[in-house]
Design a protein around this ligand. Structure first.
Ligand SMILES: *[C@@H]1O[C@H](CO)[C@@H](O)[C@H](O)[C@H]1NC(C)=O
Ligand SMILES: *[C@@H]1O[C@H](CO)[C@@H](O)[C@H](O)[C@H]1NC(C)=O
Ligand SMILES: *[C@@H]1O[C@H](CO)[C@@H](O)[C@H](O)[C@H]1NC(C)=O
Length: 958
């Protein structure tokens, strides 16, 4: 090697080194901002406990107010005050368990622990099954008694007295479904009265049980301050949490039986089937899944740390039991371990091992135990059970289910107008144009930058004239500026969250020094809602809707970029107790505001970043600040599937990726996948290059247009699915196993997904992909959505991929309603005729539904809608009414007709079709499946049957 080469090599190595240093510093910078489990005292303590038979026992078991009640005492330590427990059963196979401190204990607890209000829907209470008698007996194989609670025909719940354990079982086989405290890890730290300094030394010795090995090898930055006591103040990265009531965490183990995988507990950028986090075979430093709403800047893929939202609901699915679920209504920081088999090897615990079991450990910093067990046994049963507790998703307006165009920021009115015009010039439909924070006067929400946006009403009205809408951003951080009306009013009324000393909390966010409305308080929520009236929000019009960002809440100078845990809310609630639900109340208040404004007729639309269980009742959500990388496109699918499974059906990821500049190929693929997200919006960071669909050359414009057109064609189908979610909780986009629960090959597939029960979509997540492997489940066939090509089910295909589209298939036996004429916006398609695509199965039959209402108002709640079922059998297509027809109902109708019926799956070509009601014959011909881009084999098409979508009719194929 001669010297110059040598020099080059050294330079190269140096560059490589610098590059890798740069990479690690970027990654570790982000990681260091946030705590890991070892830096989180309650998590570290809970994880250090070993599974062992529980020393807790249930005593004083009785029936009271229709509930089974008991005391939980520690048989080894009578100094620990007993806890009170209640078990209640609800219709449809739901068990609710509550455990809290006993208010009548002596001395009484220093305060009431936080119970999350306004998440459980009021209707749920009326579903309680009142328990009449105590049913206590000693079950086979037990040495102590158990009390039994009836759930439904198939399932009951068992409270085992000693050791204390709760489980739900299948009555006929006696097999367990879910259990709690089977590994004896139940622990409940009771609130303490802060003692005068002199007593604290003694106290320290009382709590030796928590003082696990503090000589940690890791660089632990959390220091439970030694000058005080482990039980009080604690510091993380220079932020001190005063912890005025001492540690107050709760933890317990939950086991799922007959389970092959567990899912849920969003929001994490991870695989859909949750990977184990602890136990044999895993590295010691692997982290539990964290649920703590945080503004995680540039989140990374495959990480268990908590993002913007938290839904403490886990679902298990397996071949033997089917599906079950566990939901812990608790809004404090939560950490959840999924354990690998054998983690409990030396515990002396032997659980029924006849079926596969997945053990999990749940840890929360505060609150109470308010847990729900769902027995399933089918996937859709669990979703229905869960949404009967937290509510089904709101019905969006039609426009909100179409395509949204967003960017941080559309600069001024001229920019808005140009973008709007370009969509038309390029023949690309869109429904909503979004304005980010820069549209305001110095990040003062509800105001306009009057230089850039001098005529906000006129601007909105111009869009509205084309059937389009606008969304502006309104965040919780309120600029502390005495000249700002919102700040003045909130200060005067005392409506802000307080710091630990009782002053208005002051944190740093976009506008600089900011305070945050305390939307836990119903009075403050109602005040906040009134801010959205047309009088109060100057420059807003009926076509303007809202986006809530940064509502975790994001506080740039706070611990982990959020509010300190000892900040105080309404009723003396500490921020630690409600952190994960703060954004939820803010979202709720905003949605109420849009509902109340004007004549109160229109359904609100509010997009939120922070979420909690129940957010589905208030609007859409997106997965936050993702990055223009293939891996982020890939992870968007499991993220959306997890959200859907846990009630949040209306979700999407920023198409194109928020940070960074996507290559055109990535952008195109993102549109192709995004067109199937329930919420379909493109968005981009301030510092990225402009990326409106027409900026990447003609071919790419064509491809993006095509992807957006697919969504617009399928809007009638999507809208029908949104209604299904609204009534049953079953999400618009679902995992394959929700439709094919016994097909094991689908259990951990999170690259493909179902849109409703009829369409399977396989994303493409790699550059220059030439092939994709696609598994098509079920015994029936599938038809390529564009070409009609038939594929047999239960088969994995290696398909050729082009840039045109991603693989998508219609399932045999289904009927999909479409609208094939392209307009500027969904609003302009309202009266357009329909196309029905019938995909025949092996019995030459198919079925599908269509739901239509005015797309806007709440009249549908009083029966003003059309709901049809199309049934194809014996060579006849029949449209039957599914809507109630009782007199007092309001009416909705439309003169829209069916303009084409496409038959997929019959080799023989019928000659004509006969419409029975009008006694007319119509032509049958061969035509393209896809009007605009006719490709593939011609399919049988019934032209212009002309029947009205609102009517009953039958068409016979001859
Ligand atoms: C459907 O959505 C509306 C709001 O859009 C909501 O009021 C209603 O409770 C939801 N559920 C049902 C079953 O209608
Ligand atoms: C074909 O589809 C119809 C309608 O969905 C269904 O009732 C029937 O069971 C299906 N046949 C088979 C063999 O799956
Ligand atoms: C489908 O094809 C079979 C024969 O292959 C024929 O008997 C039947 O009528 C056809 N059905 C329709 C709806 O065209």
């Amino acid at each position: 090697m001669n010297p110059p080469q040598m020099k080059n090599l050294t330079l190269l190595l140096l560059l490589l080194l610098l590059f890798s240093l740069h990479l690690t510093s970027v990654l570790s910078w982000k990681k260091d901002e946030f705590r890991n489990c070892n830096q989180t005292p309650f998590c570290k303590r809970a994880r250090s406990r070993k599974p062992a038979p529980s020393s807790l026992i249930a005593t004083d078991v009785s029936v009271s107010d229709g509930d089974l009640v008991a005391k939980i005492t520690n048989r080894r330590d009578d100094q620990i005050k007993p806890l009170i427990l209640s078990l209640s059963a609800y219709q449809d196979g739901i068990l609710r368990l509550k455990i809290d401190e006993d208010p009548s204990s002596i001395p009484p607890p220093p305060k009431k622990r936080f119970e999350v209000p306004n998440v459980v829907v009021p209707e749920f209470t009326s579903k309680k099954l009142w328990l009449q008698n105590l049913d206590t007996k000693t079950l086979d194989g037990d040495s102590s008694p158990s009390s039994i609670v009836y759930l439904n025909e198939e399932y009951d719940a068992v409270l085992r007295h000693e050791p204390f354990e709760i489980y739900v079982r299948d009555k006929s086989s006696g097999k367990r479904v879910i259990s709690l405290n089977s590994h004896g890890l139940f622990d409940f730290e009771q609130l303490k009265h802060k003692k005068p300094k002199s007593d604290q030394e003694e106290e320290k010795h009382d709590h030796d049980q928590y003082q696990d090995d503090d000589q940690d090898q890791d660089q632990v930055q959390v220091k439970e301050e030694k000058d005080e006591d482990e039980n009080w103040a604690e510091t993380f990265r220079g932020h001190t949490d005063s912890r005025p009531y001492g540690p107050q965490s709760i933890s317990f183990d939950v086991s799922f039986y007959g389970a092959d995988f567990v899912y849920g507990i969003p929001e994490h950028a991870t695989s859909f089937a949750l990977k184990p986090t602890r136990g044999p075979g895993l590295e010691d430093h692997s982290e539990p899944y964290r649920l703590f709403n945080l503004d995680v800047f540039e989140y990374v893929n495959e990480a268990p740390f908590g993002l913007y939202g938290s839904i403490p609901f886990m679902i298990s699915h397996g071949k033997t039991h089917g599906t079950s679920g566990f939901f812990w209504l608790n809004a404090a920081e939560m950490q959840i371990d999924v354990l690998t088999a054998g983690w409990d090897a030396d515990s002396g615990i032997s659980l029924p091992s006849d079926r596969s079991r997945i053990d999990t450990l749940w840890m929360s910093e505060a609150g109470i135990v308010d847990a729900f067990f769902f027995v399933g046994p089918k996937p859709k049963d669990v979703v229905r059970q869960y949404t009967s507790v937290t509510g089904t998703p709101a019905m969006p307006q039609l426009f909100a289910t179409a395509y949204h165009q967003c960017r941080w920021n559309y600069r001024d009115e001229e920019d808005v107008e140009n973008v709007d015009t370009k969509f038309d010039e390029n023949n690309i439909p869109y429904d909503v144009l979004w304005l980010d924070i820069e549209h305001t006067d110095g990040k003062r929400y509800f105001t306009w930058d009057r230089v850039m946006f001098p005529h906000p009403e006129e601007m909105q009205n111009k869009l509205a004239a084309k059937g389009r809408h606008m969304v502006t951003i309104v965040d919780p951080h309120t600029k502390r500026d005495d000249g700002y009306f919102l700040h003045k009013e909130a200060t005067q009324k005392g409506y802000y969250v307080k710091d630990a000393n009782g002053n208005d909390f002051d944190g740093w966010c976009w506008p600089g020094s900011s305070s945050y409305p305390d939307t836990l308080n119903p009075e403050i929520r109602s005040w906040w809602a009134d801010r959205f009236s047309y009088e109060n929000y100057v420059g807003s019009t009926p076509s303007l809707y809202i986006w809530n960002d940064m509502n975790e809440p994001s506080v740039f100078n706070g611990p982990e970029l959020t509010m300190p845990r000892d900040a105080l809310h309404y009723g003396g609630v500490e921020h630690r107790e409600l952190h994960n639900v703060y954004g939820y109340y803010f979202h709720m208040a905003t949605a109420d505001g849009l509902q109340k404004r004007g004549n109160g007729k229109d359904r609100p639309f509010v997009l939120s970043r922070a979420i909690f269980a129940g957010s589905q009742r208030y609007g859409a959500i997106w997965t936050g600040d993702n990055t223009a990388e293939w891996e982020h496109l890939r992870v968007s699918v499991p993220m959306i599937l997890s959200l859907g499974l846990t009630g949040i059906s209306f979700s999407g990821a920023d198409v194109g990726g928020f940070f960074g500049n996507p290559e055109p190929e990535l952008l195109v693929r993102w549109y192709q996948v995004g067109a199937f997200y329930p919420f379909f919006r493109a968005h981009a960071h301030h510092d990225t290059k402009r990326r409106e669909p027409w900026l990447f050359g003609e071919r790419n414009t064509e491809l993006i247009r095509d992807a957006i057109h697919v969504r617009y064609m399928l809007l009638p189908y999507f809208y029908t699915l949104f209604r299904e979610a609204n009534t049953s909780g079953v999400p618009v986009v679902r995992p394959l196993w929700m439709e094919f629960p016994s097909e094991e090959a689908t259990f951990n597939n999170d690259e493909a997904f179902m849109v409703g029960n009829s369409i399977l979509v396989q994303g493409i997540y790699a550059e220059r992909a030439k092939h994709a492997s696609v598994y098509l489940p079920g015994k029936q066939s599938w038809y390529d959505l564009r070409t009609g090509t038939t594929y047999k089910g239960s088969t994995t295909y290696k398909l050729d991929i082009s840039e045109d589209s991603i693989p998508a298939f219609q399932r045999a036996g289904t009927i999909i309603p479409r609208k094939d004429r392209f307009r500027r916006s969904s609003t302009q398609m309202v009266n357009d005729p329909y196309t029905l695509v019938i995909a025949l199965n092996s019995s030459q039959a198919a079925e599908g539904e269509l739901y239509v209402d005015d797309g806007k108002s709440f009249d549908f709640k009083h029966g003003a809608y059309i709901h049809r079922r199309f049934v194809f059998a014996d060579g006849k297509l029949t449209s039957v009414n599914l809507a109630p027809t009782s007199p007092g109902n309001s009416r909705f109708s439309t003169s829209s007709v069916v303009e084409r019926i496409i038959l997929l799956g019959n080799a023989s070509r019928p000659k004509s079709a006969h419409i029975e009601s009008t006694n007319l014959n119509v032509d049958i011909e061969l035509g393209p499946l896809w009007l605009q881009r006719g490709r593939g084999s011609a399919v049988v098409t019934i032209r212009k049957p002309g029947v009205r979508i609102a009517d009953d009719w039958t068409i016979k194929i001859l």
